[in-house]
Design a protein around this ligand. Structure first.
Ligand SMILES: O=C(O)CCC(=O)C(=O)O
Length: 188
């Protein structure tokens, strides 16, 4: 699968631990205030996100189905910029394996915010197919069709992928100060 280009800010979790570093202002200004206003991270370990993953997807690029896992407080806030995408949500079968077909498709509009929490966070996987065009965009197949801000771009049921940037904010549970992180990273 063709995957996105990824930039991790602040320093990414190593062995599930985040090395404490401030996020750059362009990722916090306005956005963190908006999160506060919406009470998104009120109950999380640090009361605010401490980590942001920046992904850039060219048309034809996606991300393999995966779970975000226990290193983070179980809420993810994803802002889509510049273009839409379709996020596929997969359930697990009784053996805990991912089912082949997605159970839901979520259309993420440019400038939209998607929150993943509760059983969606814990019990499902998510991924983006490596397509140049999304098809079958209509109320019967898009789970959030009624919530879309502007359906006009999708009215003929297809939409070409354009370069999309996503900002994925999370609260990493374990945070290490730089001194202790260096010790911790040198341990095998
Ligand atoms: O770019 C996106 O919208 C999805 C990113 C994602 O699934 C992840 O960072 O775990």
């Amino acid at each position: 699968m063709a995957t996105s280009n990824v930039l991790e800010l602040a320093a990414g979790p190593a062995k599930d631990k985040l090395i404490d570093a401030p996020m750059p202002a362009f990722l916090t200004k306005i956005i963190l205030d908006k999160f506060k206003e919406l009470h998104i991270f009120d109950d999380s370990a640090h009361g605010a996100p401490n980590h942001c993953l920046v992904n850039e997807y060219q048309p034809g690029q996606g991300i393999m189905p995966h779970e975000d896992g226990p290193a983070y407080f179980p809420i993810t806030a994803t802002i889509s910029l510049a273009a839409h995408t379709v996020l596929n949500i997969y359930k697990k079968n009784e053996q805990g394996e991912r089912e082949a077909a997605p159970i839901w498709r979520i259309l993420q509009e440019p400038r939209s915010l998607l929150l993943t929490t509760g059983s969606m966070y814990k019990d499902t996987l998510h991924g983006i197919s490596d397509l140049e065009q999304d098809t079958d965009l209509q109320s019967g197949s898009i789970a959030n069709w009624q919530l879309l801000g502007d359906k006009s771009s999708f009215e003929n049921g297809t939409a070409d992928r354009q370069t999309r940037v996503s900002l994925t904010y999370r609260d990493v549970l374990k945070v290490a100060k730089i001194g202790s992180a260096l010790k911790f990273m040198s341990k095998k």
